[in-house]
Design a protein around this ligand. Structure first.
Ligand code: ANZ
Ligand code: ZN
Length: 815
């Protein structure tokens, strides 16, 4: 055994062995409990950053720990390989996206291997390969047949100079990132998947995910945004055309119905468009509204603007005549695209009413009679109804039910539940993605590509001349014949949102070699994922889409479970000087030179020790150095034969040493179970200190425990030391991974004696052993009876005695 700790040497040696024997390959063993551990797969951006290192180290620690508990552990890895950066690199460096992606994967794979992650490399998935994406094309067609996908017009960012659609990230301050041209909004036909059909299940099933952080579940609940309310119909008076029309509005506050003083409709509402027909002022207003972004957040902060239409509506209960306005804050996509405005009880309506001098009529008063000036501000809480006919004096909550019931009875509206969640628009006008498997025929309309013709392969040998997707200019790609009528037709040249690839990869890892179907029964063995690990930034989109896809796959008969991820750990960010590491801030730390200098174990140890996994981790060079020193000391301790026994009185009494050993182990096991790995490591450090203070037998027991509990974090050094010290021998050495996880010896915890360090006037002079709960009297007797202490006590008077329970007695002596 080398006297020096040489991480590079021991780590690469082990890694080569793992590689050669496909050490972490697993199959579906039925006699063992399975454990599927997955860290969110990376986008192959070029090289690993610290956030990656943290994410994947956490996953590896959990995997190795679960393996040692005797479970059949699957830990796979792959590449989320489609996406915009590859296109940007292609334009900048004149290298095809496929080549750029491949090179990055190659480098990052080497980095993963050098970090010693225990992946089953036989299952590696790369989403830009036809063998993978063909199955999402297949599923998309199944969903088309089930009427769960549809095409409709939607707005995109259009760059008039580059003549191309831009992704949101490519619009900088309202201008195209390359051309600098002012971006326009254009409507083009796009594909949508009906996630709204699953809104209710996606919401309700959150209650069955106790292993998810509350915060993530709350974010998803808000995103889905269930609102209980009613659709209320208002008759439109149109004396000009003498037609009877109705205008529906969605409200969650039916209790405020008597306070409606005007109606507001979205600029895209059919009635608004009708009003614009022979009114240039209204037409101009609607056109101006197109300038502001559609994002909800932008609308919320934009100035409230509106214009009156020539139409009026009739109040369904009072018969009052109400003006109809067009307002820029009403969203066409939500509810009915129209609102009954109650300025006394809604802030936006109030601001709007003040601005355009519309009536404000209070109909709810505060329960506790707090004075309130309705002209100055809206009162938006529930309260008691006033000026509301037969409903006056009711509480808001009761009035809502009663008013909806009446409206429903009179057929003037209906109870309704609305979701904020919109259908998922999956068309991207980009090249580097999965081709949408549809064909547009002038005679038959949209026709799906027949199953036998899948996959629709993305050509990879392309040159980017500008920003336009090469698919749109490659006749070899888009020219085809219609599968229905055989005439010349054109393929869809849009590609899928890359969130589709990441919505089902976790299931494909179970059967990556299956080329007859999307998933086979192995997916039912491995899924749901027992532990999923990733960043909080994926709390909503990725995690919601993956939950949705799992249900879609369930409903076409591919999986049996309802949810994809049983437990979720959202790891905290890696910070430097208190802020997130990022290229734009120039405060990143590259893991590669650290791995080269200190070895993988040091980097893994530091990153797991510096903070609990779900919290922010402050980068510290000194911390890395400290982690390295600890491993070096551990190595040297194991490599050096123990020096002839140190003065016996400095050693811990054996039963006490064992009790401490097992107390620490108890805590470590507890911390492993609750995934608090930083305190697992401080426990291991305590063990190491203890080992150096006890006799050979207990020190050996301690070391064998220490190596095993530290193994998931720093596998290379622990495996090597374990082997060198020939632990686990019963005729033959067993590998550390196969050694049983250390269990706490309950009898050791019951030791009846305690050990105390004895200080005299602040100086350590020896030790005594006392029974549990010894009194001060007992301790004093023991100290005065201890021969090795006699010389320090002789002729002095005891002034004071300070006892630190279970640890220390300090005697203050005087002349
Ligand atoms: C009358 C009312 C009175 C409202 C009141 C609120 C307070 P959530 O909870 O998010 O579902 N609304 C309805 N459709 C809208 C649209 N397309 N664009 C903008 N706002 C819309 O919000 C429901 C409330 O948002 C509805 O209840 C409606 O205003 C408004 F004191 O109706 B309320
Ligand atoms: Zn046709």
């Amino acid at each position: 055994m080398d006297q020096q700790y040489q991480p590079e040497k021991i780590e690469t040696q082990l890694q080569q062995q793992w590689e050669a024997s496909q050490h972490f390959h697993v199959t579906e063993e039925t006699n063992k409990e399975k454990f599927y551990c997955l860290s969110m797969f990376p986008y192959p951006s070029g090289a690993l950053h610290m956030g990656h290192v943290r994410n994947y180290t956490i996953g590896d620690v959990i995997s190795r720990y679960q393996r040692m508990l005797g479970k059949n552990v699957l830990q796979p890895i792959g590449w989320d390989a489609f996406g915009l950066p590859a296109e940007n690199a292609a334009i900048k460096h004149h290298v095809p996206p496929a080549k750029w992606t491949e090179d990055n994967i190659h480098y990052m794979r080497t980095q993963f291997k050098r970090l010693g992650f225990s992946y089953d490399w036989t299952r590696e998935i790369t989403t830009c390969q036809p063998a993978y994406y063909r199955w999402e094309q297949w599923l998309f067609i199944k969903l088309f047949e089930k009427k769960l996908v549809y095409k409709k017009n939607a707005i995109v960012n259009w760059d008039p100079v580059d003549q191309t659609v831009l992704a949101n990230e490519q619009v900088v301050d309202g201008r195209g990132w390359r051309s600098g041209a002012i971006v326009e909004r254009r409507e083009i036909p796009q594909w949508f998947i009906k996630i709204t059909a699953y809104a209710e299940e996606l919401l309700n099933e959150l209650d069955n995910l106790p292993g998810w952080p509350e915060q993530v579940k709350t974010m998803q609940r808000n995103w889905i945004g269930r609102s209980e309310g009613a659709l209320i119909y208002f008759a439109i008076e149109n004396n000009l055309e003498n037609t009877k029309e109705k205008l529906s509005v969605f409200t969650t506050r039916a209790d405020t119905l008597f306070g409606v003083t005007y109606l507001a409709i979205a600029p895209q509402h059919p009635l608004a468009i009708k009003a614009a027909k022979n009114n240039p002022e209204i037409a101009k207003f609607i056109a101006d509204c197109k300038q502001i972004p559609t994002a909800e957040a932008a609308i919320a902060t934009a100035e409230k603007r509106g214009i009156a239409t020539p139409y009026f509506a009739t109040h369904p209960l009072t018969g009052e005549k109400l003006p109809i306005w067009i307002a820029n804050f009403v969203l066409m996509e939500y509810g009915a695209g129209a609102v009954m405005s109650v300025p006394a009880h809604d802030e936006r309506d109030h601001a709007f009413a003040k601005q355009y001098h519309l009536l404000i009529k209070p109909v709810i008063k505060p329960i506790n009679n707090t004075p309130w000036d309705y002209d100055a501000a809206a009162f938006t809480e529930d309260g008691i109804l006033i000026q509301s006919g037969e409903f006056s004096d009711n509480l808001s909550a009761d009035a809502r039910q009663k008013i909806i019931a009446l409206i429903q009875k009179k057929k003037l509206g209906e109870r309704q539940i609305h979701y904020r969640l919109r259908d998922w628009g999956v068309s991207r006008q980009r090249y580097w993605g999965t081709p949408i498997p549809m064909i547009n025929c002038a005679h038959c309309g949209t026709v799906p590509v027949p199953e036998k013709d899948l996959p629709v392969v993305l050509p990879t040998d392309v040159i980017f001349t500008g920003a336009t997707s090469p698919l749109k200019t490659l006749p070899e790609f888009y020219q085809t014949t219609c599968p229905a009528c055989g005439k010349i037709a054109e393929r869809e040249t849009d590609t899928f949102d890359t969130f589709i690839e990441s919505s089902w990869y976790y299931a494909r890892y179970a059967c990556p070699d299956q080329n007859k179907k999307m998933l086979d029964d192995r997916a039912n063995y491995w899924t749901p994922v027992d532990q999923y690990i990733g960043g909080i930034e994926h709390a909503v989109l990725h995690l919601l889409y993956a939950r949705f896809f799992h249900k879609l796959m369930r409903d076409v008969g591919l999986v049996k479970s309802n949810e994809p991820f049983k437990n979720l750990l959202t790891q905290g960010m890696v910070l430097k000087d208190g802020s997130k590491m990022s290229k734009s801030k120039g405060n990143t730390v590259d893991p590669q030179p650290l791995i080269e200098k200190y070895g993988a174990d040091t980097v893994r140890l530091f990153i797991m020790f510096a903070a609990p996994p779900d919290q922010g981790l402050e980068w510290s060079d000194a911390g890395v150095d400290g982690a390295h020193r600890f491993l070096k000391k551990l190595w040297v301790f194991c490599a050096t034969p123990p020096s002839p026994s140190p003065s016996l009185s400095s050693l811990l009494a054996p039963d006490i040493a064992r009790r401490r050993l097992h107390e620490i182990l108890d805590q470590i096991n507890f911390d492993y179970a609750r995934q608090q790995f930083n305190t697992v490591i401080s426990g291991a450090m305590k063990l190491f200190n203890l080992i150096q203070e006890c006799d050979k037998t207990i020190s050996q027991e301690g070391l064998s425990i220490l190596l095993r509990v530290l193994f998931p974090v720093t596998p290379h050094i622990c495996a090597t030391l374990w082997q060198a010290l020939e632990f686990g021998q019963a005729g033959q050495t067993i590998e550390i991974e196969k050694a049983p996880w250390p269990v706490v010896d309950k009898t050791a915890l019951k030791t009846t004696t305690q050990q105390f360090v004895v200080q005299i006037n602040g100086k350590m002079r020896g030790q005594i052993t006392a029974i549990n709960n010894a009194t001060e009297e007992n301790l004093r007797e023991l100290i005065y009876a201890e021969p090795s202490l006699a010389k320090f006590l002789a002729g002095k008077t005891l002034r004071k005695m300070i006892v630190v329970p279970n640890k220390l007695v300090n005697l203050v002596l005087g002349e």
